[in-house]
Design a protein around this ligand. Structure first.
Ligand code: NDP
Ligand code: MG
Length: 387
């Protein structure tokens, strides 16, 4: 049966798309998952609603400009043990003694420190924040080398890979085929892509997600970030991780083995499946979601990636090959460029220009440490804001 043991969970970013879906699941499995901590950046109203329902002992609001501690206490119907305010509390919040598992659904570089420190403190991490591995994969991979089960991916492609690899020796992998929907501009000409508006980029054909990853999926830089994520998670050489466009988003990734046999993981595009798998791994728990109707006519199609129309993907793969701090530069430049595009300060095609220019200009050849990552992140952001 499924009740092997209780898990005490801290959720970072419970107000986001992944965080909210995680709480919906936890509500169903309330006997197994006990919520110890919840965090929001700016959406304190939703955090208060979640807190009043789940009553965790610890809360964190990272954007202290949105509400004071006194005001926030007033909207709660119970008294938590501690309410943390401000970004400097994020690490303390990620290593709470009472919690054994941290679900990191923060967006962007802000997610790196909590992943790193939670692992260091011996917590299990269920990781949606792919940026943690993009920027600091080298540091994180060395911590989980002997115990990979401490870091379980939530990203659907990586969850698919993990599911395909159950029972398989890792040294028998020939290739990882990582699928991409192709985003809303898959069939658009380069000329049409040049005039993309914010509304177009936020209109993803298959998945409903937060704004940043939705734009990342449209430029395909998301697939580049995911290649880096797979590289650090599974230790497979970059040349053996191949992106392919699969517009239906039914096959979430494929592993090809040395004997020519391949395994794929399939399912409707619903993040609740990989979120629950990350929490139940290596077990599976029952979930009420859409099922594929195999009796109906259905086409699963594949296309090669067009690096010309989607230069961000090429930039990400090049940064991955370069290694060191280059992926952190790529990530910071992309975060700033996407933010500026969403504010309508720059055109869509400027995203790739800002990322490319930042990678040309910023080089840091020291050893990679949490401090050096912070430094290169700040420097890149400052440049990317000025371009
Ligand atoms: P959202 O934008 O929906 O949510 C982000 C969360 O992080 C919110 O709780 C937000 O708080 C918080 N947050 C934002 N900025 C900061 C900051 N500077 N410091 C601390 N907290 C912050 O994102 P998603 O849920 O879509 O994505 C989360 C992560 O999961 C990303 O790394 C994404 O790539 C990954 N992912 C998401 C998928 C999806 O389907 N959404 C699929 C696969 C991966 P608030 O809202 O209160 O301001
Ligand atoms: Mg994904």
């Amino acid at each position: 049966m499924i009740l092997d043991r209780q898990k005490n969970l801290t959720i970072l970013g419970s107000t986001g798309s992944i965080g909210r879906q995680a709480l919906e699941i936890i509500d169903v499995f309330e006997e197994i998952y006990h919520v110890v901590g919840l965090s929001a950046h700016s959406n304190w109203k939703l955090l208060a609603d979640q807190a009043n329902h789940f009553r965790p002992d610890y809360l964190l609001v990272t954007d202290e400009t949105v509400i004071t501690l006194k005001e926030f206490k007033r909207v709660l119907n119970y008294e938590p043990k501690e309410i943390f305010m401000g970004p400097d509390s994020t690490v303390d919040f990620a290593i709470l003694e009472e919690s054994d598992t941290v679900l990191n659904s923060l967006v962007g570089f802000a997610g790196f420190q909590p992943t790193y420190h939670a692992l260091r403190a011996g917590k299990k991490v269920a990781l949606a924040n792919k940026e943690s591995l993009v920027v600091g994969g080298e540091l994180i991979a060395s911590m989980i080398r002997d115990q990979p089960e401490m870091l379980i991916p939530i990203d659907s492609e990586h969850s698919a890979m993990l599911q395909c690899l159950v029972g398989e020796p890792k040294d028998r992998i020939e290739k990882i085929i990582i699928t991409a929907s192709g985003g809303p501009f898959r069939t658009w000409s380069a000329k049409r892509i040049a005039n993309v508006q914010v509304e177009d980029a936020l209109d993803h054909p298959n998945w409903s997600m937060g704004a940043k990853i939705t734009v990342d999926s449209s430029t395909l830089i998301n697939k580049g970030l995911e290649i880096i994520e797979a590289y650090w998670l599974f230790g497979i050489p970059l040349e053996q991780i191949e992106p392919v466009i699969h517009p239906q988003s039914i096959i979430h990734s494929i592993i090809e083995f040395v004997d020519g046999s391949s395994k794929a993981q399939l399912g409707p595009p619903d993040m609740k499946v990989p979120i629950l798998y990350a929490l139940s791994y290596p077990d599976r728990f029952p979930l009420t979601t859409d099922r594929i109707d195999w009796s109906k006519h259905m086409e699963l199609t594949f296309e090669p990636v067009d690096y010309q129309r989607f230069p961000c993907l090429k930039l990400a793969i090049d940064a991955a090959k370069k290694g060191g701090h280059a992926p952190a530069v790529l990530n910071a430049a992309n975060e700033v460029a996407v933010e500026r595009f969403l504010k309508r300060e720059i055109d869509y095609i400027d995203i790739a220009k800002i990322v490319g220019h930042s990678l040309d200009k910023i080089h840091l050849n020291t050893d990679l440490t949490p401090g050096s990552l912070h430094e290169v992140d700040l420097e890149t952001r400052s440049l990317a804001r000025r371009i």
